[in-house]
Design a protein around this ligand. Structure first.
Ligand SMILES: Cc1cc2nc3c(=O)[nH]c(=O)nc-3n(C[C@H](O)[C@H](O)[C@H](O)COP(=O)(O)OP(=O)(O)OC[C@H]3O[C@@H](n4cnc5c(N)ncnc54)[C@H](O)[C@@H]3O)c2cc1C
Length: 386
């Protein structure tokens, strides 16, 4: 964390994905904020995302974080062109997973979240299209939904602009500038931009912008999506969901198609990958989905793509000053495929690091020093296992 909370009038944010845009929105209330992006708004992981919102599940151990994120999407809904689509979710469980799933559901329900465990026959009574013969049941969430990630990012941008933030797109940051032990700006192709603080929210490129000797424990991984057109369009009740044992998740599209995500694996050379979906992932989906949901025997392949996000050792982002960083430097990276739903914590956490103002949740989960000396090649943990 920053050793002291100095007045930091001008903050430069590197990256206009959801993380950078959310930080800009919250900081612009009382700071001069400049957001720089090498290409455009939502140009990388954000724009390629499935946009699923399920913080109750992924922050089940941190209910205040889940509540904050859930509340944010509902409060921000219907502003700046943004819409939160509410939709129930089923997380399908095998026999071996059922006991733990029941405990999770009852813990979350005790915390006041609308979550319950139901056996397979109760789930198929409500959603007859699913074939759950191989499964024991599902954890059912009633506080989940999805967003269009591009519109969400532009809505955050517009909210930040309303508060006075400036966005410079096509502006690649090539280096950080420090003065003594303090960060003093960034280098771009068109010159130096001075700053009192710099927040690097540059996705997998974050590490390459850090000064020599300063590291954050993140590593790039690839994750994919396929969209299928069923024989008849899905109803407006069709839920979101996940089959953890198959490492896939799904959600309906507004037009009744089905988006299916998965196919994650860590990579070392992100710059060499395309956004094309792997044939092997496409074939896995073509095998699994018609068995799992009725109406997909003759489904059409609509689209498929892949993107690169960053993993951290414990699947939670690092939103903090890295160890040995110049004073005034923060990173917000390592969102582990959950960056859209986790984005509401970015602005408040960055504010706490820079100004000392405490949010409604503990930011310890996002501290840079929580891993000790984990190496950069730490084992990748898929959030399908969370
Ligand atoms: C296929 C896929 C599906 C996903 N599904 C979900 C989901 O359902 N729900 C969910 O919550 N999350 C999901 N995610 C994860 C989510 O999209 C990411 O965690 C999130 O978008 C990360 O946001 P970010 O702002 O950290 O990074 P990014 O969106 O990658 O933004 C980083 C920005 O930094 C810019 N940049 C990089 N280097 C520089 C530089 N040197 N100078 C200037 N600018 C720079 C880039 O141009 C980019 O715009 C998914 C991701 C993918 C790829």
């Amino acid at each position: 964390m920053c050793s002291s909370h100095k007045e930091r009038d001008h903050v430069v944010i590197v990256g206009a994905g959801v993380a950078g845009c959310h930080a800009a929105r919250n900081l612009a209330v009382d700071h001069e904020v400049t957001v720089l992006d090498r290409s455009g708004i939502a140009a990388e992981a954000t724009g390629l995302s499935a946009g699923i919102i399920a913080p109750t599940l992924f922050y089940s151990d941190a209910p205040d974080v889940a509540r904050h994120a859930n509340d944010f999407f509902r409060e921000f809904d219907d502003s700046h062109g943004f819409t939160f689509t509410k939709r129930d979710r089923i997380d399908v469980m095998t026999e071996a997973e059922a006991t733990e799933a029941q405990e999770l559901a009852s813990r979350l329900s005790d915390e006041g979240f609308p979550v319950a465990y139901r056996d397979s026959s109760a789930v198929t009574e409500r959603y007859p299209q699913f074939n759950l013969a191989e499964f024991a049941g599902a954890v059912m969430y009633e506080d989940t939904g999805w967003v269009d990630p591009y519109t969400y990012a532009t809505a955050l941008q517009s909210a930040a602009r309303e508060r006075g933030a400036t966005f410079e797109l096509d502006a690649e940051v090539t280096d950080l500038v420090s003065d003594g032990g303090d960060v003093s700006g960034v280098e771009t192709a068109s010159g130096t931009i001075e700053a009192d603080a710099v927040v690097i929210a540059a996705g997998w490129r974050t590490s390459s912008l850090l000064p020599d000797g300063v590291d954050v424990q993140i590593r790039p991984y690839r994750t994919q999506v396929v969209v299928l057109e069923p024989e008849e369009q899905l109803s407006s009740e069709f839920p979101l969901g996940r089959v953890g044992s198959e490492h896939i998740y799904f959600r309906p599209e507004h037009n009744g198609d089905l988006l299916i995500g998965g196919g994650h694996y860590p990579i070392d050379d992100p710059a060499s990958y395309t956004t094309d979906v792997d044939e092997s992932f496409r074939l896995d989906i073509a095998d699994f989905v018609p068995e799992f949901v009725d109406g997909f025997d003759d489904a059409g392949f609509v689209n498929g793509w892949a993107g690169i996000d960053t993993a951290s050792p414990d699947t939670r982002p690092i939103i903090d000053a890295p160890r040995d960083a110049p004073d005034g430097l923060l990173v917000a990276a390592g969102f582990n495929g959950l960056g859209i739903m986790t984005s509401p914590v970015v602005g408040p956490t960055v504010r706490e690091r820079l100004t000392g103002e405490s949010p409604s949740f503990s930011t310890d989960l996002f501290a840079a020093d929580r891993f000790g000396d984990v190496s950069e090649s730490f084992e990748y943990v898929s959030t399908s296992d969370v």
